[in-house]
Design a protein around this ligand. Structure first.
Ligand code: GLY
Length: 364
């Protein structure tokens, strides 16, 4: 094992284990955590390639598994897909002692998590994230849910996993663009919580993004992000206040994704990268962030290969979507702003004119 930590939530606490070739040990680890009986593994058509290895490890520990594969992509986070998955739970004879394994990225984690939160009023589930984004963000903290036609994640539940198992080997087959997009969330943790993490990424981004086999540096960086998220979630599981700092860059980031039709022209981490540059510039104009820190943020995002502007989208188009985001209060967007790298605060309402000027400035 390269890195281990715990999410502390009273009787819902759970371990996060990060290592190389962990799928081979998954059965033994699950058995030790007291998980036995039948399980349903939910994967998509990219991540189902990991099932054979997982299954043999589960088999050797007397855990009987069934695989179900959904189409990859955001469209699978739908009510129609949920209905199919509940039928698969019944076919796989899952009872209240059974559990579900999410084997995939954020979409699979959210979907499988919500099935397990609701099937038989809730059964156990395990997160086996296979993308960088899922390892550092969506697999930790218990947010689960599906989309409605009207918007993303509008139906969901907080349901913590029993265990998160991150096998760095799965990142080898992740498309490089997806890996780099995950780096946006990694950099975010540095900005919102840990200036040392930020400096470490600045110093060693080449080594981190090389995805070297058995990389203890990559495990350490992913582990540190999970520690930060675990600490935040332990203090504010249901996002009453502190957890909202995780949304740094997400107000504009989500609006960009929405305006690009959640298409491959702009994937989540790329949109968040632009959203973070926007939030940093606003933080400099009307809060305490120095221009030097704004430039460091832009530089590291550029160095890892992330976009920092989006010239083809006008402010008026973005504004429409920002104003219907579920994080607005009384029709006003509330921004997370930074006072310095490593420190942010929530609930900032910013003048429309400043927002518009900032958008125009970053896209000059
Ligand atoms: N992805 C943000 C959160 O889990 O709260």
């Amino acid at each position: 094992m390269l890195y281990e930590l715990n999410v502390n939530l009273d009787n819902r606490s759970y371990p996060i284990k990060i290592g190389y070739d962990l799928l081979m040990e998954a059965g033994k680890i699950l058995f030790k955590e007291g998980l036995k009986g039948n399980c349903l593994v939910i994967a998509d058509n990219n991540t189902s390639i990991f099932y054979d290895e997982l299954r043999s490890s589960l088999d050797s520990n007397n855990i009987n598994s069934t695989l179900t594969v959904v189409d990859s992509g955001e469209n699978s986070k739908s009510l129609a897909q949920l209905k199919k998955l509940y039928s698969h739970c019944i076919k796989a004879k899952l009872d209240r002692q059974s559990f579900i394994i999410a084997l995939g990225g954020g979409v699979i984690g959210d979907l499988a998590g919500y099935v397990s939160a609701t099937y038989l009023r809730g059964i156990d589930f395990i997160q086996i994230p296979t993308s960088l984004l899922a390892m550092v963000d969506s697999a930790v903290g218990g947010k689960t849910g599906v989309n409605l036609d009207e918007g993303k994640n509008l139906v969901g539940s907080f349901h913590q996993p029993k265990l998160v198992l991150s096998d760095l080997k799965t990142l080898k087959s992740l498309p490089n663009r997806e890996f780099i997009a995950g780096m946006a969330e990694v950099i975010k943790y540095g900005i919102i919580y840990d200036k040392n993490l930020f400096s470490r990424i600045e110093e060693s981004f080449n080594e981190i993004t090389a995805k070297n086999e058995n990389s203890s540096l990559l495990a350490e960086i992913i582990g540190r992000c999970c520690e930060i998220k675990a600490e935040i979630v332990s203090k504010d599981e249901k996002e009453n206040d502190l957890r909202a700092i995780l949304n740094f860059g997400h107000t504009v980031g989500h609006a960009i994704e929405n305006k690009s039709g959640y298409s491959s022209s702009m994937i989540h981490g790329e949109a968040i990268s632009i959203g973070m540059v926007f939030a940093a510039e606003v933080s400099c104009t009307c809060f305490d962030l120095s221009m030097d820190d704004v430039n460091r943020i832009k530089k590291i995002l550029t160095n890892v290969g992330l976009p920092i502007c989006y010239k083809s989208l006008g402010w008026n188009e973005l504004k429409e979507v920002i104003n219907i985001d579920k994080k607005t209060v009384n029709g006003k967007a509330h921004f997370v702003l930074a006072s310095k790298i490593g420190d942010v605060s929530i609930g900032h309402v910013v003048d429309d004119e400043i927002l518009e000027n900032t958008w125009n400035k970053i896209n000059e």
